[in-house]
Design a protein around this ligand. Structure first.
Ligand code: SF4
Length: 371
């Protein structure tokens, strides 16, 4: 397939690996921001091939992993009300909150539907006008345009039985937190190509000027990743921190104007709780007041002090350390023992983009992983 096969070419990959090894005069520490990139790096063995030249540490870009426990608990409680259907992406169903998962809520009689698109939830609300449908909206700037479109569509259809439990997060504020951490080890970033496809790369200019760390917009195939790593190593070796785009076949410097317009129309930036990381200033998106009639947080009084939610993370889970690159999943004492994909203690072991799941799948010996 054009634009795909050439980015999986083993010979091109080997050439790039050799080039990166030649370029690096010391071992650099680079963070790939997105969980999809983490899985691809481990799956193709790129981390071990480059281990002498580059340490790859894994960032917080797994939306399922960072969705606040408060939001998850709120969705779980809503699903058990009887008059509400909670619709969300399938990945969210097995994520443990403090009182169980959405899947367990469904087994206990809760109404939870997995959908492929927020627009499916709008269609569900139209089909079932006597039930309230709440779409649990998670994800980065990649999913926000579609959830914004769902809100606009619900308004267009005059739906009074549709609302959005918005728990969207923004990637750049999380990078700011990691860059400002006192013991940070990261020296350069591979930015998430799909976020940049929506948002563009220009917002990274000020970040690079402030932090003096290179940011390279990078895709997800092995050659994409190696191109991004090569560019990042080059910038580090030259002591020339800059923004570079190694995903230009998809990510335009200014992003997707229509998608950005949708986000701006429906959402405003807010401080946001990130699971494992705490509250990140400007780290999320909430519905603008003009759309508050679709705000599930308000409609269902979910943040009232008289109905506090138990928000305790599993005591064994070190997801915050994993998501900020302070440790790697095998450093967690529960990894592969108390915590496995079948019995996960934390979200990074559940999600298809979680770093713990990536290590369990690709970096454990087959016998240990039960293969
Ligand atoms: S291995 Fe499990 S318990 Fe440890 S950080 Fe990962 S998800 Fe949490």
């Amino acid at each position: 397939m054009k634009y795909l096969d050439e980015f999986r070419d083993p010979q091109a990959g080997q050439r790039l690996i050799a080039e990166i090894r030649r370029l690096a005069t010391r071992r650099w520490t680079i963070m790939e921001v997105c969980g999809g990139q983490t899985h691809s790096l481990l799956r193709h063995g790129i981390d071990s091939e480059l281990a002498a030249s580059v340490e790859l540490i894994h960032g917080p870009g797994c939306p399922v992993c960072v969705t606040a426990v408060e939001a998850l608990e709120s969705a779980r409680r809503l699903s058990l009300r009887g008059d509400v259907t909670v619709a969300t992406f399938g990945d969210m169903l097995r994520v443990p909150a403090s009182c169980g998962t959405l899947q367990e809520a469904r087994a206990a009689g809760g109404n939870v539907r997995a959908v492929y698109s927020p627009l499916d939830a709008v269609a569900l609300a139209r089909r079932e006008p006597d039930r309230q449908v709440v779409f649990f909206a998670v994800g980065f700037e990649t999913t926000a345009p579609a959830t914004a479109l769902a809100v606009r569509q619900a308004a267009q259809f005059g739906l009074a039985n549709f609302s959005l439990l918005a728990a969207h997060v923004r990637v750049l504020p999380a990078m700011e937190v990691i860059a400002a951490a006192p013991q940070r080890r990261v020296q350069g970033f591979l930015a998430a190509g799909h976020v940049c496809t929506v948002m563009g790369e220009t917002e990274y200019e000020a970040f690079v000027a402030r932090t003096r760390m290179p940011v390279v917009v990078t895709g997800f195939e092995p050659v994409d990743l190696l191109l991004g790593i090569r560019e990042c190593v080059r910038a580090l070796e030259e002591h020339q921190p800059r923004v570079a785009n190694c995903y230009a076949r998809t990510a335009h410097p200014c992003g997707n104007q229509a998608a950005r317009q949708l986000i701006d129309d429906v959402y405003e930036v807010c401080d946001q709780e990130w699971r494992g990381l705490g509250t990140i200033p400007s780290g999320g998106l909430r519905l603008r007041p003009a759309w508050s009639r679709f705000d599930a947080w308000q409609r269902w009084g979910l943040r009232q002090p008289e109905s506090p939610l138990p928000l305790i993370e599993h005591e064994a889970c070190l997801s915050g350390d994993v998501l900020t690159g302070r440790i790697k999943p095998p450093d967690c004492p529960s990894f592969g023992t108390a915590c496995t994909p079948e019995h996960p203690c934390g979200a990074p072991m559940v999600s298809a983009e979680g770093a713990c799941a990536a290590y369990y799948r690709y970096a454990l010996p087959p016998a240990a992983a039960g293969v």
